[in-house]
Ligand binder design. Structure first.
Ligand SMILES: [Zn+2]
Length: 117
């Protein structure tokens, strides 16, 4: 079990398997947040507490919610409002060795939405 938690510990996201790949995206929001995403079907991610204390920022036609801890400000995950088959978990909130064991892929979200590798 892999646990991602914000800095103050107010919220935690748990997944059963470590990500084999993480995505570094250069779109206008991801590059500012400095996040690395691992994608999971939402039913594979347990949130503790189930309704975590987050603030939400919406953009991109209000289709994706970017969540951050209300207390410490760490960006924890994104959730899609319409296409709900996957969500993004910020791997920066996981233990460093999880990131060290994953392949980092670069996504050109600023333009083509393609991976550069
Ligand atoms: Zn926090």
């Amino acid at each position: 079990m892999i646990s991602a938690s914000c800095h103050c510990g107010s919220l935690r996201l748990e997944v059963d398997a470590p990500p084999s790949e993480v995505t570094e995206c250069n779109c206008s929001i991801c590059r500012r947040y400095g996040v690395l995403w691992a994608y999971y079907p939402p039913h594979q991610v347990r949130m503790l507490p189930p309704d975590p204390p987050t603030d939400v920022y919406m953009w991109n036609g209000r289709s994706i919610e970017f969540h951050r801890c209300r207390n410490c400000g760490c960006v924890s995950h994104w959730a899609a409002r319409r296409r709900r088959n996957r969500m993004g978990v910020n791997v920066r909130l996981m233990p460093p060795e999880i990131l060290a064991g994953a392949r980092v892929r670069h996504r050109y979200g600023a333009d083509t939405n393609r991976y550069t590798d």
